[in-house]
Design a protein around this ligand. Structure first.
Ligand SMILES: Cc1cc2nc3c(=O)[nH]c(=O)nc-3n(C[C@H](O)[C@H](O)[C@H](O)COP(=O)(O)O)c2cc1C
Length: 193
C-alpha cells in the first residue's frame, strides 16, 4: 500500500461516514412526523442486545417527540428514498405537516409508532437513556423489533448484504454503495491457507 499524502486543516470538519435513517415519531395531536437523522451509531449493554445511539441537535419536533414519548422508528434510507429524505430534511414540522408528497405509512409491529412503507430495514425503538451535550441530545435506544426486507435471509447476525438494502451514505453529500467485498477473515488469509 502506498503512503497517503495528507494535509492538516482547521478542525471544523465533522466528516464521519454516516448511515442515513429517517426517524418516525408521534406528534402530540396523534399525527406522525418524519425527519432524517444521520448521527446514528450502535453500542451494547451487557447481555442486553444492541442499543442504537442517536443524536439530535436544536429544538426540532422530532427531538421534542422523542423526549416526550420515548418512542421512535428508525427507517433505513435506500437510494430510491432520497427524494423523501431530502423533503423531510428541508421541511420543518413547525412549518406544517409534511404532506406535500405522497408516501406510505404503517404502524409498528411491536411499538405504536409510524413506520415508512418504502424502507427496507426498520428498527422499532424505545429510549432507555439520554445524555445532553450543549444543544444536542443523544438517545440510547433499545431495539424492540427489527423489520427487515424479506429478500434478506442472513445465516448469522453479521451476514447482512447491504447491496440488497442499497443504503444512502452521507458525508454532507449523498452517496451510494458499490459492491460487497467479503466477510471477516477473508482478507487476512487471502490464499485460504
Ligand atoms: C441528510 C440530513 C441529515 C440530517 N441529520 C441530522 C442529524 O443527524 N441530527 C439532527 O439533529 N438533525 C439532522 N438533520 C436535520 C433535520 O432532519 C431537519 O432539521 C428536519 O427538518 C427536522 O424536522 P422536524 O422539525 O420535523 O423534526 C439532517 C438533515 C438532513 C437533510
Amino acid at each position: 500500500m502506498e503512503k497517503c499524502n495528507r494535509k492538516s486543516v482547521n478542525p471544523i470538519y465533522s466528516m464521519c461516514v454516516q448511515p442515513s435513517f429517517i426517524i418516525g415519531t408521534n406528534n402530540e395531536d396523534g399525527t406522525d412526523n418524519f425527519a432524517p437523522i444521520t448521527w446514528v451509531s450502535a453500542t451494547q449493554e451487557e447481555s442486553e442486545g444492541y442499543l442504537l445511539v442517536i443524536s439530535m441537535f436544536g429544538t426540532k419536533r422530532t427531538k421534542q417527540n422523542v423526549i416526550r414519548t420515548g418512542l421512535l422508528s428508525v427507517n433505513l434510507v435506500s437510494t430510491e428514498m432520497l427524494p423523501l429524505m431530502d423533503y423531510f430534511g428541508t421541511k420543518h414540522a413547525i412549518d406544517g405537516r409534511k404532506n406535500d408528497i405522497e408516501y406510505g405509512v404503517s404502524r409498528g409491529e411491536i411499538l405504536d409508532i409510524p413506520t415508512l412503507d418504502a424502507s427496507r430495514w426498520v428498527y422499532e425503538c424505545e429510549v432507555v437513556r439520554s445524555v445532553e451535550t450543549g444543544d444536542s441530545a443523544t438517545f440510547f435506544c433499545k431495539i424492540r423489533n427489527i423489520q427487515m426486507d424479506e429478500r434478506l435471509s442472513p445465516k448469522d447476525i453479521f451476514d447482512i448484504d447491504l447491496t440488497v438494502l442499497d443504503p444512502v451514505v452521507y458525508s454532507g453529500r449523498y452517496h451510494s454503495l458499490d459492491k460487497m467485498l467479503g466477510g471477516i477473515g477473508d482478507f487476512c488469509n487471502p490464499d485460504g491457507k
